[in-house]
Design a protein around this ligand. Structure first.
Ligand code: NAP
Length: 496
């Protein structure tokens, strides 16, 4: 790797205010990501990290709660304890209730001590979306919605297009679109960014990237987890809203988009938006919904969704869809996407299957044709990030031209001898740098809802098929691809 390229871009000294700083998202994702960036030197001692929530606690109590989530990063040989102490010294705790506004004055006093136009003031709303409006009002009331302020929010940004519009209106009452960072953490994953490098930093794929050479695309995001204590939350959303509307459609966009003129926020998001707008309304026969029943995952028995929830429900924990993108590049080359909980393995993959050979020169005229093994590019997003290219090769040795499928493997784990940063690390630093490229613009969010809303409105039309936990979903999901003579390609974890 070139020594000329810095491994970490410099970012300006900033204040991060994590509203809901004591909650699950903050403890599991946000603060550990900030700690890793502190270890990397991107967060300096000039930063302040403010955890705001109703419950008041001391920094010591907070540090003790946070520590288990950062344990991996506290390494003795690297002076781990001193590093941890240095990081904790950046943290301030403010007791704040965004609904009553109590604590707002204290927060403002703390922030104002270092307020400066050059110093980004970042508010991360790690609270329920029902509190977003109140949080924005509290920020504005105390004079903290200044030009250098930035607002970070996460899904769920609504449960349909109209509620997404309503929530975003509350944000836009206080902040400009250019100040709002809507996180889809999939976009921060190294492999997802690598997909853009693969497509737009290399020339060999571009000439093959479209319906003239590609037969179809599959995207699988499979989870082994169930709803683990989040059943009542999840039941209001289901896989269509929780996964397809955001993560999977974003992946479709990155595979399907045209090359932007430059890799900047507006141009990248313009191109993604064009893909979303080219996706055709999804026919009822192109949607399969499923819900897991009791079964066995990774050798352990697990209960079914309804038992976890404690009542009956029509919410899907699995969805498979066929999407058609009607533009010159993709018409006739369908995208199949599927996602589910309690599936056989945890793996996210994009598989691009190229067309068969137009003619087989290796079979004698008149002899029965041998089945084609198409070229296939597999982009593994997680785990064991990497790329695989399936080629057809000649079996070594004499005795004729015996062909067999072989693979070129690029495992990022093996190739890059360094830890792959978590998506949140990248995204949190991008906020401080003012780079919105990997965040969703409002028109993208709404265009994605335009695709999903009609499915939700007609949800009763779509049967809900049961599948056994530990399988790869209901058989009807397989039939969806089979109806076009395609089969799902299940991820093979362990051989990337
Ligand atoms: P959580 O564990 O319930 O934490 C909520 C946080 O908000 C707590 O710190 C809570 O502390 C604080 N809070 C509640 N009411 C408040 C108020 N009126 N004023 C100020 N702070 C208040 O929830 P979470 O799982 O972290 O989720 C937070 C948000 O992120 C949700 O919208 C969720 O959907 C989204 N999200 C979470 C995850 C995840 O992995 N957890 C992933 C993606 C998206 P006090 O009770 O002390 O006030």
């Amino acid at each position: 790797m070139s020594e000329l390229i810095p491994k970490s871009a410099e970012i300006p000294d900033s204040d991060y205010v994590i509203v809901g700083g004591t909650g699950d998202l903050a403890l599991r994702k946000i603060f550990p990501a900030l700690f890793w960036r502190y270890l990397a030197g991107q967060i300096t001692t000039e930063f302040r990290l403010i955890a705001a929530a109703r419950t008041s606690m001391t920094v010591e109590e907070f540090a003790a709660t946070l520590r288990p989530f950062c344990a991996d990063a506290i390494v003795d040989e690297d002076d781990g304890e001193a590093q941890w102490a240095g990081f904790i010294a950046l943290i301030r705790i403010v007791a704040l209730d965004v609904v009553s506004g109590e604590g707002g004055v204290t927060l403002a006093e703390l922030v104002n001590r270092r307020l400066s136009p050059e110093r980004p003031l970042i508010f991360y709303l790690a609270i329920a979306p029902t509190l977003f409006g109140a949080a924005c009002d509290t920020i504005a009331t105390h004079g903290l919605a200044v030009p250098q302020s930035r607002l970070v929010v996460e899904k769920p940004l609504g449960h349909d297009g109209s509620s997404a519009r309503a929530i975003n209106k509350l944000l836009l009452n206080v902040f400009d679109e250019a100040q709002i960072y809507r996180i889809d953490h999939y976009l921060g994953k190294e492999t997802v960014q690598n997909l853009m490098a693969l497509r737009f930093a290399n020339t060999i794929f571009e000439s093959q990237w479209g319906n003239h050479a590609i037969d179809h695309v599959q995207i699988t995001v499979a989870e082994t987890v169930g709803v683990d204590g989040r059943a009542s939350y999840y039941d209001k959303y289901g896989a269509l809203r929780d996964m397809i509307q955001n993560h999977l459609l974003q992946l479709v966009c990155l595979v399907g988009m045209e090359p932007p003129a430059y890799f900047n926020a507006d141009q990248v998001r313009d191109e993604k938006l064009r893909v979303l707008r080219a996706i055709q309304p999804i026919a009822p026969e192109d949607v399969v919904r499923g819900q897991y029943e009791a079964g066995e995952v990774n050798g352990a028995p697990v209960t079914g969704y309804l038992d976890e929830l404690g009542k009956t429900s029509n919410t899907e924990t699995y969805v498979a869809l066929k999407l058609t993108i009607e533009n010159w590049r993709w018409a006739g080359a369908p995208f199949y996407v599927r996602t589910g909980k309690r599936l056989a393995q945890r793996a996210s993959e994009i598989v691009i299957t190229f067309k068969n050979r137009p003619h087989d020169i290796f079979t004698k005229p008149g002899a029965p044709a041998k089945p084609d093994v198409p070229n296939r590019l597999t982009i593994r997003l997680q785990p064991q990030e990497g790329l695989r290219l399936q080629l057809t090769s000649k079996e070594p040795g004499p005795g004729g031209m015996r062909l067999f499928p072989s693979e070129l493997n690029l495992s990022f784990d093996d190739t890059f001898d360094q830890r792959l940063p978590d998506a949140y690390e990248r995204l949190l630093m991008d906020v401080a740098r003012g780079n919105q490229t990997l965040f969703m613009r409002l028109d993208e969010v709404l265009a994605a809802w335009d695709i999903i809303d009609p499915l939700i409105a007609d949800i009763k039309q779509h049967d809900l098929y049961k599948y056994k936990a530990g399988s790869m979903g209901p058989a009807q999901g397989d039939d969806l691809a089979l109806s076009d003579a395609h089969a799902w390609i299940d991820p093979h974890v362990g051989d990337a």
